[in-house]
Write a protein that binds this ligand. Structure first.
Ligand code: NAD
Ligand code: MG
Length: 424
């Protein structure tokens, strides 16, 4: 069980789409829930230092620490931040270690992990080790180091609350099942993981992730082969950072989410499903043993899952708009197409393999996305490079963190080398 959180929040990746939404949520909580004195205790940014200064100056109260995670920018950032006339008590800290200091600061109650990609790993892991409440937007951390992060959470008592909307939805739908957790698992379970799942979530049959399908939902493979970065960046329902927007177009985002669900809920891969739901109103569903399905609905706005991670188990008024029932709203569900979106199959395979599979596919994908954006590879090459890199690696089921980090580097280099051989 988990108690009420305090109101001091470290926002790692504050300049991003999730980071700025988090600041918005905190400003509203400060009004609705004055007792807890909600505030951004520290905020970080990597490159857009002017935005970082604006965010700090616009926060009430001004954060105690501003972290510039790119060490190369220390000198320029000092002079940029000076122009924002921040309060004298506002401390500046630099480099990746500063992210870890912010994440483990004894004054901080909750860490919002909103850095994109594997770069968020160390700070998120250290927040977990320090026993913080962690609002996890940075899904790549679980994909890369799921076994290490979940073990660390067990040891420290840290609670990982998903910010990813699908996982937040599932977390919300599982509330009752969680309260029914048993001391022993189902004897008929077909694997140790299956037995643990039946023990933690009695009566739950499947977790069903919804996918918007992205901008290429109706496209043929031939059309996708010629898709441009501008077309891929044009997401129909969500306004997000570049990397996750491309991941949504390839459906690699859903693959990462399948793997994220595996680690977050300790769920066997064959109890996860994906359905396409273009309106992004149903954020995910849970099916129970009696066939009943419970879903979580709200308009596509990340401020809701962010706030839920901050205030859980309580619910408070949120700046995200409620569903507008005065208009027609259509909701459709359809099966996901693994033929046109091979990343999906990859996601299930990686969830089944566990161990080193996640880091390798994530590394290849993180290498491939910028290559696509730079016009060096085709859209359809992204999933291809991930598949090929996974195939070429030697799988281990119980890797150490050091091994995972080595494979992170290896997979990026391997995918980049493969990419050179491709002719655009
Ligand atoms: P974004 O690109 O808008 O922001 C990324 C943040 O990370 C920025 O603050 C940037 O300064 C920081 N950053 C980038 N590189 C860094 C590095 N090397 N070291 C330290 N910091 C670095 O991304 P986003 O859309 O806000 O996504 C953030 C995370 O949340 C991702 O893992 C994404 O998958 C996840 N997520 C986002 C959404 C969404 O709606 N945007 C939804 C679900 C999950
Ligand atoms: Mg999501």
């Amino acid at each position: 069980s988990i108690g009420r959180s305090g109101g001091r929040v470290a926002i790692l990746g504050a300049t991003g789409s999730i980071g700025t939404a988090t600041l918005d949520v905190i400003a509203a909580l400060r009004r609705h829930d004055p007792e807890r004195d909600w505030r951004a205790w520290s905020i970080s940014g990597h490159s857009r230092i002017d935005s970082l200064g604006k965010l700090a100056a616009g926060s009430d109260p001004v954060p105690g620490t501003i972290v510039v995670s790119d060490p190369e920018r220390e000198t320029s950032a000092r002079s940029t931040l000076k122009t924002h006339q921040l309060h004298a008590s506002c401390r500046l800290d630099f480099g990746p270690e500063a992210l870890v200091r912010a994440a483990t600061d004894a004054s901080v109650d909750t860490v919002v992990a909103a850095i994109v990609g594997r770069a968020g790993l160390e700070s998120t892991l250290e927040a977990v080790r320090a026993g913080k409440r962690v609002g996890l937007a940075n899904k790549e951390t679980l994909v890369v180091a799921g076994p290490v992060v979940t073990q660390a959470a067990l040891e420290s008592g840290s609670v990982l609350l998903p910010i990813d909307s699908e996982h937040s939805a599932i977390y919300q739908c599982l509330a009752e099942a969680r309260s029914l957790a048993k001391t022993t698992g189902d004897d008929n379970a077909n694997s140790p993981c299956d037995r643990r799942f039946s023990q933690k979530y009695p009566g739950v049959r499947r977790l069903i992730l919804t996918a918007s399908g992205g901008p290429f939902r109706g496209w043929t493979v031939d059309q996708m082969r010629d898709a441009t970065p501008a077309q891929a960046l044009n997401h129909p329902t969500w306004d997000m950072g570049q990397k996750i927007t491309i991941d949504s177009a390839t459906m690699m985002n859903k693959a990462l989410e399948i793997i994220e669900a595996k680690w977050l809920f300790d769920v066997p891969h064959d109890r996860i499903e994906v359905v396409v739901h273009p309106q992004s109103i149903i954020h995910s569903l849970v099916e129970f043993d009696d066939g009943s399905v419970i879903a979580q609905l709200s308009p596509p706005d990340m401020r809701l899952p962010i706030q839920y991670a901050l205030t859980y188990p309580e619910r408070l008024p949120c700046p995200a708009p409620p569903l507008d029932r005065g208009n027609f709203w259509e909701m459709t569900l359809s099966p996901a197409d693994h033929e046109r979106f091979p990343a999906l199959t990859l996601g299930f395979e990686v969830a089944q393999m566990g161990g080193t599979a996640g880091v390798v596919v994530n590394g290849a994908n993180e290498a491939a996305v910028p290559l696509f954006l730079a016009g060096k590879i085709r859209f359809t090459d992204i999933a291809e490079l991930c598949r090929e890199t996974l195939r070429s690696h030697h799988h281990e089921s119980q890797p150490t963190l050091t091994r995972l980090l080595e494979l992170d580097t290896w997979s990026r280099e391997y995918a980049a080398k493969l990419a050179v051989k491709l002719v655009v």
